[in-house]
Design a protein around this ligand. Structure first.
Ligand code: FES
Ligand code: FES
Length: 161
């Protein structure tokens, strides 16, 4: 017998309420119940970062979070970065810098990168590499990924100057 628990979230600016089995992860809620399949399932064990989304502005691995455990949280997925069809600067930078091959890791990389720049503690390429180390890329597109993030970081620094 599975017992359902109430789940209330804001997902990409829309309210979501349902009774869910407590074992449903945020990742499975997004992909399987809401058809938000931009968020990818790689390892399902917290090791690859493909499932990274923002919860209250912080990056999290959605395969490790139970949907019912974050009441009233604001969740942003890759779909939420370009709500009106205009690419987010980080998405554009990934295109400009050829920062993907198969693209499977890309939504997680982009969400992680957006949060990283919000966190505000990276200033160098080395720091970007270090703080992006939770997001793996089987295709080895790391140089392009770091280039893309560096490009947006430089824009941020210019805007602040
Ligand atoms: Fe979540 Fe790999 S699917 S970290
Ligand atoms: Fe293929 Fe990263 S682009 S896994």
């Amino acid at each position: 017998v599975s017992v359902a628990s109430p789940c209330h979230l804001q997902i990409n600016g829309k309210s979501y309420s349902a009774d869910l089995p407590p074992s449903v992860t945020l990742l499975d809620l997004l992909r399987e119940r809401l058809d938000l399949t931009g968020t990818k399932k790689g390892c399902d064990h917290g090791q690859c970062g493909a499932c990274t989304v923002l919860v209250d502005g912080k990056r999290v691995k959605s395969c490790l979070i139970l949907a019912v455990s974050i009441p009233d949280a604001e969740v942003t997925t890759i779909e939420g970065l370009a709500p009106d069809g205009h690419l987010h600067p980080m998405q554009q930078a990934f295109i400009d810098r050829d920062a993907f091959q198969c693209g499977y890791c890309t939504p997680g990389q982009i969400m992680s990168a957006v949060a990283l720049l919000e966190e505000g503690h990276v200033h160098t390429r080395e720091e970007i590499r270090e703080f992006m180390s939770g997001n793996l890329c089987r295709c080895g597109a790391y140089n392009g990924i770091i280039d893309a993030i560096e490009q947006v970081l430089a824009q941020h620094q210019q805007d602040r100057a």
